[in-house]
Design a protein around this ligand. Structure first.
Ligand code: GAP
Length: 436
């Protein structure tokens, strides 16, 4: 993890938030390559969950909602709280269920001091709306994006003239006052969710649950995630979220162990019936409350999953020059859809103005179609290594033959094969290879 974290900082994927002030509470900023990669993940999800589907529509609800939403959803009560213990000696706080059982369970894992009795700690992030900071002005940053979908159920249904079964998809920020954030961007207090809520008859909920569970696992596999490191685990009743009748966690094997990256939940009629009761509005469809099967993924966790899964260290000579032979080379084998930079443009040497001029022309030609990077600094071998390290799938090299024949070499990151191709055919060839 340390190597990956330092790579992400060095190459502009992820920076610690407010770093010049010493960082801030497990918050992170996505840098120039990070924002591209995260957008690619969100676009891949959006395309899969809306564009490729016949009956799923999108939504972008506000982060701030009436606090009554959170009363109705159960998030302000015990259901959305962790048990917190505090060390009486060093005053560090821990989640009770992370301390373990048995005789050591009341000792601080850091200093061995004794721990306080567990108390419930609600994870909602409180804020105030307007100029008066009193109880009446209190609301919360949303803890899950789906509540914005439930409160818009009839708006979407009526405006789009939908019929059951149908889905509503949304990507957006969510906030939780986690007691123990950590493992880089795995658990943070501000994060992005990619959620789809599937409304169906109670009778069909189990069938659709199976369908969406499989579909979501397939999404990760289709984007290159190692099958051996992905599993879907049925969550037993006592460990389920407060709204879930059934829950499957999709887990990935990180360097810090198997961890949840997405939840698939059968929420029954929990949400629509509670919002109906609390708002006084009829949220029934043809006389009954539809059931909801939800798929809830994290954009940041997906980001970490794709990054960790793609990370390779290759010993000696992946790139073509001898200077590389003894070095360990880092390769990010990111799927082409996810990779932030799609094409690197490299003049063979930088001290030949005619080559540089031609390379810049090629860069200008490709830039409107693909996210490109122009690089003329250092030997060609070093530059190949630099682009392998950020997972760039294709490199275009402009050499002396280019000047005579108007063709370039196109290097494939994974096979390292180089092929000559006419400049006038380059855009179409890359479009085909990148499937855009
Ligand atoms: N609406 C259902 C829901 O929110 P969840 O299992 O609590 O379910 C779903 O969260 C997903 O959101 C998780 O699988 C994870 O990918 C992401 N997520 C949740 N808490 C997170 C956190 N503190 N940091 C980063 N991602 C988080």
């Amino acid at each position: 993890m340390q190597k990956i974290i330092s790579l992400t900082k060095r190459r502009g994927f992820v920076f610690p938030s407010s770093e010049i002030y010493g960082g801030f509470a497990s918050c992170y900023d996505f840098g120039p390559l990070g924002v591209e990669m995260k957008n690619n993940i969100k676009n891949a999800w959006w395309s899969e969950m809306t564009k490729k589907q016949e009956n799923i529509v999108g939504l972008d609800a506000a982060i701030l909602m009436s606090p009554r939403v959170w009363q109705a959803s159960g998030h302000l009560t015990a259901g959305f709280a962790d048990e917190l213990v505090e060390c009486k000696k060093c005053h560090k706080r821990f989640k009770k269920d992370e301390i373990g059982r048995g005789s050591a369970s009341n000792k601080c894992p850091e200093c061995g001091g004794s721990l306080t009795k567990p108390k419930k700690f609600n994870l909602m992030m409180k804020t105030f709306v307007g100029s008066v900071e009193d109880k009446a002005a209190t609301t919360y940053l949303r803890a899950e994006t789906c509540q914005g979908i439930y409160v818009n159920f009839t708006n979407v249904l009526n405006s789009m003239r939908l019929k059951l079964p149908f889905g509503i998809a949304q990507i957006g920020k969510a906030f939780r006052n986690e007691i123990t954030p950590g493992n880089f961007i795995y658990r943070t207090r501000e994060f992005e969710q990619m959620e789809m809520q599937w409304f169906c008859t109670p009778k069909e909920a189990n069938k659709f649950f199976e369908y969406w569970k499989k579909a979501r696992v397939k999404w990760y596999l289709d984007l290159g995630i190692d099958k051996k490191k992905l599993r879907a685990i049925e969550v037993p009743a006592k460990e389920r979220a407060h709204y879930a009748r059934r829950q499957v966690d999709i887990e990935y094997k990180f360097p810090f162990g198997w961890q949840e990256i997405e939840g698939v939940h059968n929420r029954g009629n929990y949400d629509l019936s509670n919002h109906s009761k609390h708002s006084g509005q009829d949220l029934k469809y043809e006389g009954y409350f539809p059931y909801i099967v939800e798929t809830s993924a994290g954009a940041d966790r997906s980001f970490l999953t794709f990054l960790v899964d793609a990370y390779r260290e290759v010993k000696g000579g992946r790139t073509e020059t001898t200077e590389a032979v003894k070095e360990v080379e880092v390769l990010l084998k990111l799927d082409k859809k996810i990779a932030p930079v799609k094409v690197a443009i490299l003049p063979l040497v930088k001290n030949k103005p005619a080559l540089v001029k031609k390379a810049k022309e090629v860069y200008k030609l490709l830039k409107p179609y693909f996210y490109c990077q122009y690089d003329e600094v250092g030997s060609i071998g070093r530059r190949y290594r630099r682009i392998d390290e950020i997972g760039c799938p294709f490199a275009v090299t402009i050499d002396f033959d280019t000047l005579k024949k108007n063709d370039v070499t196109l290097r494939d990151r994974d096979t390292m094969k180089q092929k000559r191709i006419k400049i006038k055919e380059l855009v179409e060839a890359l479009k085909e290879k990148l499937s855009v």
